[in-house]
Write a protein that binds this ligand. Structure first.
Ligand SMILES: Cc1cc2nc3c(=O)[nH]c(=O)nc-3n(C[C@H](O)[C@H](O)[C@H](O)COP(=O)(O)OP(=O)(O)OC[C@H]3O[C@@H](n4cnc5c(N)ncnc54)[C@H](O)[C@@H]3O)c2cc1C
Length: 299
């Protein structure tokens, strides 16, 4: 047992769990006093500022199955303790979910990416998290495990408001993420929010994933995720429904107006959201056209 002081708070114990069962048993034995720790890049500064409730930390970053990335049952499976650096280095991610690379390469510094985990990023529920917006755009699901078992939930359902997720990290573990690999006729892009050359970027972040039909001219599927510094990542269901089945040129024409309208309702800068949407859509379209469905390729 290790006991130490961080800022104004005295931590009674730092426990390194070696299995999911062990971590859950520890949380249960110290109900409400213990909290999970991933890379600690979000939680430890919080504790140092005297904001955390935890007196005991349960480090889940060394639980072997939670550090793996694999292809299983038609899903790309990413353990909750996978770090942002792991995502950047994993060939499967490059091949099957390039949007995640696009998301992570601009996040924080190399030392932050070395520590920060996928689950920690999601549970932190920050609106400008490029990883969370990319995962929602890829229609990812999260596996939440507690003493009663495990269940898969759509990722966007985990966010309550900025800084608050539905995952109770004093009682349950986000053990994994799963998503469908990149298919033919699909394109995806993320725009906004990043920091470049040390300068603050925009305050809006938008992700698009689209699927073209066999003709290559119509939208068979569309996902749009919008977020801002003050909100959580949200799917724009109304816009998606209005544009699915339309031709790509109709969609390009309609998209800025529809996004502006919804962004206004969400109190997100509408003009910024609309121009990000247009840029993301064009890039996603270009990507989808480079990897057409077989019937398109032979036309
Ligand atoms: C200098 C700096 C720069 C940053 N830059 C960025 C940036 O550019 N973009 C960005 O999005 N974020 C950024 N962040 C925020 C932060 O690093 C990320 O949110 C990070 O991904 C958190 O991951 P972590 O593993 O360190 O989480 P932790 O700090 O370990 O935990 C965060 C929360 O998640 C909970 N938790 C951890 N693991 C689990 C689990 N498996 N199951 C359930 N709950 C869990 C914890 O209890 C805690 O509530 C930055 C932070 C710092 C300090």
């Amino acid at each position: 047992m290790l006991s130490f002081t961080t800022g104004r708070r005295i931590l009674k114990e730092y426990f390194v769990a070696s299995s999911i069962e062990e971590a859950l048993a520890y949380l249960s034995a110290h109900h409400g006093e213990a909290q999970l720790l991933g890379g600690g890049t979000h939680l430890l500064p919080q504790i140092q500022r005297g904001e955390g409730v935890a007196q005991r930390l349960v480090d889940v970053s060394h639980i072997h199955p939670m550090t793996k990335i694999s292809l299983q049952d038609d899903y790309l499976l990413i353990g909750g303790a996978v770090t942002l650096e792991d995502l950047l280095e994993e060939e499967l991610v490059r091949q099957q979910a390039p949007l995640l690379l696009e998301a992570v390469q601009d996040m924080g510094s190399p030392s932050l990416r070395h520590l920060a985990t996928v689950a920690g990023d999601i549970v932190s529920a920050e609106g400008l998290s490029r990883l969370s917006v990319a995962l929602v755009t890829l229609e990812a699901e999260a596996e939440i495990t507690n003493l009663t078992g495990a269940q898969w939930l759509r990722l966007e359902r985990l966010f309550v408001r900025k800084g608050l997720s539905r995952v109770d990290s004093t009682a349950e573990i986000l053990t994994a993420i799963r998503l469908h690999p990149w298919g033919a006729g699909q394109g995806m892009a993320l725009e906004g929010g990043q920091r470049t050359r040390g300068q603050a970027g925009g305050t809006v972040l938008l992700g698009i994933a689209l699927t073209l039909d066999a003709t290559g001219e119509q939208l068979a599927g569309l996902v749009i995720t919008l977020s801002s510094a003050e909100t959580i990542p949200q799917r724009l269901g109304q816009v998606e429904e209005a544009l699915e089945g339309r031709t790509t040129s109709e969609a390009l024409h309609e998209l800025p107006r529809l996004v502006r309208q919804v962004a206004q309702e969400l109190a997100i800068p509408p003009q910024e959201a609309a121009s990000l949407a247009l840029r993301a859509f064009r890039r996603a379209l270009e990507m989808a056209r480079k990897r057409p469905l077989p019937s398109q390729g032979s036309r």
